[in-house]
Design a binder for this molecule. Structure first.
Ligand SMILES: Nc1ncnc2c1ncn2[C@@H]1O[C@H](COP(=O)(O)OP(=O)(O)O)[C@@H](O)[C@H]1O
Ligand SMILES: N[C@@H](CC(=O)OP(=O)(O)O)C(=O)O
Length: 418
C-alpha cells in the first residue's frame, strides 16, 4: 500500500481534481488522504465565528458561499449541472449545526471541530464520487470512525494502537483497493468529531501509513519539493534533494509550513520514506525524507509568522527560576500556548509563542499568579540553520530584532513583522 496526500491548494478547483486523477493513473493499492478544498477551512472558521457570536447571518453567508464554490467545482467536473445528494446532505447538516445549536462558551472547541470538519467531509465526498465516475473504483472512508483520538478538541493526537484495528476492519470489508479518507479529522472516545490541528492532514496521512505499514507516503504540494526556505518569502530558495527525519522534524518544528510537525514520528517509527512531490509535474523527483540522507549543504531559513512575544517578570523582582518556570509553563499548558523560543535572564522570561485565542486569558492568569507580563504583537520568528556572515548581517541585526539566540550553526531571532 502507498499513501498519497493532497492538500487544499492542490484540489482548490476542478483542474486540481482532474490532475489528482491523472496522478493516480492506473495505480492500485492506494490510500488517499485529502484536505478541504482551497481556503474552505478558513471559511468554516467564519461559520463557527458566527455561531460563537450569535450572528446567524455571518454563518449563513459563509455556508452559502461554500455551497456555491463546491457546486461550481462539481458542475465543471461533470461537464453539466449536477447535484450530488451526499454533498447536499452534508451542507444541510452544516447549516443546521451553525444555526440551530444551543451554544455555550464552554463547548467552543467542540463546535469548532464539528463545523470545520465539514471541509474534508465535502472534499472527499466529491473526489470519491468523481473518481468512481472517471473510472477509478474507490471507497470513501469515514475517518471519524477510523481514527480514535484523545478526548480533546482542536489539536487532538491520534491513538494509533486503538485506531489500527478500526482502520484495518473498515478496509477489510471493502472489495476496492483505493481508499479516500479525510485528513485533519478523527473521533473522540465520546463519539464527537475532533480535529488534529490546523494543517494536520499531513499527520493524518502519516498515521495511516504507519498503521498500514505503507511502502511510502507522498505529499503532493504546489512546490517542487522541500526548499531551503519558503519560496513565497525568499524567492532565491533552492530545492533540497534529500533530508533525514531528524532534520525534517527540526525544520517543521521551527515553522516550515511545508510539513506538519507531527508528521515525521509515525513514519520514523516504521521507517517509511516520505516523498514531497510537485503536484504540477509527476515526473519531477521531489524531495525524499528517510532515516539517512546526505548532509544538507545550503543554509536553511524558516519563518514562523503570527507570533507574540511575552516578557514575564515576577512582581516582587525575585529570580525567575525553576519553581517559577513550573508555574508559568503549567499555566501556558492549561491555555494550550505553545512556546517556540524561550529566553531567560535573572528576572525576565521571554517567550515567543503562537498567536492564539487564549493568549489574553493566559496573561490574565499569569498576572493573578504574581507576574508582570508584557505582550508584543505582530512578531515573527526567523530560524537560520547553517548561517553565514552574510546571512547574520542580513537577518540577525537591526532595530526590528527583539530577541536573538545563537549556537555555532543556528541563529533564531524574534523580530517585528516588516
Ligand atoms: N522549506 C519549504 N519548502 C517548500 N515550501 C515551503 C517551505 N516552507 C514553507 N513552504 C510553503 O509551503 C507551501 C506548501 O504547504 P501547504 O500550503 O501547507 O500545502 P498543502 O496545503 O498542500 O498541505 C508552499 O506553497 C510554500 O509556500
Ligand atoms: N484543511 C485543514 C487541514 C490541512 O492540512 O489542510 P492543508 O493540507 O491544505 O494544509 C487546514 O486548512 O488546516
Amino acid at each position: 500500500m502507498k499513501v498519497y496526500k493532497f492538500g487544499g491548494a492542490s484540489v482548490r478547483n476542478a483542474d486540481g481534481v482532474r490532475n489528482l486523477r491523472k496522478i493516480i493513473d492506473d495505480e492500485q493499492n492506494l490510500f488517499i488522504i485529502v484536505s478541504a478544498m482551497g481556503k474552505t477551512t478558513n471559511a468554516l472558521e467564519k461559520v463557527f465565528e458566527g455561531l460563537q457570536k450569535g450572528d446567524k447571518q455571518l454563518s449563513l453567508e459563509h455556508v452559502e458561499s461554500l455551497r456555491k464554490y463546491h457546486a461550481e467545482i462539481i458542475d465543471e467536473l461533470w461537464h453539466e449541472p449536477k447535484r450530488l445528494p451526499a454533498v447536499d446532505a452534508l451542507f444541510g447538516e452544516l447549516e443546521k449545526v451553525a444555526t440551530e445549536t444551543v451554544y455555550k462558551p464552554g463547548d467552543a472547541e467542540l463546535w469548532y471541530d464539528t463545523i470545520v470538519a465539514y471541509g474534508e467531509l465535502v472534499s472527499t465526498t466529491i473526489i470519491s464520487e468523481y473518481l468512481n465516475y472517471a473510472g477509478v473504483s474507490n471507497r470513501w472512508i469515514d475517518m471519524r470512525r477510523c481514527f480514535l483520538t484523545e478526548q480533546r478538541h482542536k489539536d487532538a493526537g491520534v491513538n494509533i494502537e486503538a485506531s489500527a484495528s478500526l482502520l484495518k476492519n473498515a478496509l477489510g470489508k471493502c472489495v476496492e483497493n483505493i481508499f479516500i479518507g479525510q485528513g485533519f479529522i478523527g473521533g473522540a472516545p465520546d463519539g464527537t468529531t475532533t480535529t488534529l490541528g490546523r494543517e494536520g492532514s499531513d499527520y493524518s496521512a502519516a498515521v495511516v501509513a504507519n498503521i498500514l505499514d505503507a511502502e511510502s507516503m507522498s505529499v503532493w504540494k504546489d512546490v517542487d519539493g522541500v526548499m531551503n526556505a519558503d519560496p513565497k518569502a525568499f524567492p532565491d530558495a533552492v530545492q533540497i534533494a534529500e533530508l533525514n527525519y531528524l532534520d525534517t522534524i527540526e525544520l517543521a518544528y521551527s515553522g516550515a509550513q511545508i510539513i506538519h510537525p507531527k508528521t515525521i514520528k509515525p513514519l520514523q517509527n516504521k521507517n517509511i520514506p516520505l516523498y514531497v512531490r510537485p503536484f504540477g509535474d509527476k515526473r519531477k523527483p521531489g524531495t525524499v525524507i528517510r532515516g539517512m540522507s546526505a548532509p544538507v549543504d545550503v543554509p536553511i531559513l524558516i519563518l514562523k509568522k503570527d507570533q507574540v512575544l511575552l516578557t514575564i517578570r515576577s512582581r516582587d523582582f525575585s529570580f525567575v527560576l525553576e519553581e517559577k518556570f513550573a508555574t508559568i509553563f503549567s499555566l501556558l499548558e492549561r491555555f494550550r500556548i505553545k512556546a517556540n523560543l524561550i529566553h531567560n535572564s535573572a528576572v525576565n522570561l521571554s517567550l515567543c509563542v503562537d498567536n492564539s485565542w487564549h493568549i489574553d486569558e493566559a496573561i490574565e492568569a499569569l498576572r493573578e499568579a504574581g507576574f508582570d507580563v508584557m505582550k508584543a504583537e505582530n512578531m515573527e520568528l526567523l530560524t537560520v540553520r547553517g548561517y553565514t556572515d552574510e546571512l547574520w548581517r542580513r537577518y540577525a541585526r537591526g532595530p526590528q530584532v527583539f530577541v536573538r539566540q545563537a549556537t555555532q550553526s543556528t541563529v533564531r531571532v524574534v523580530r517585528k513583522r516588516e
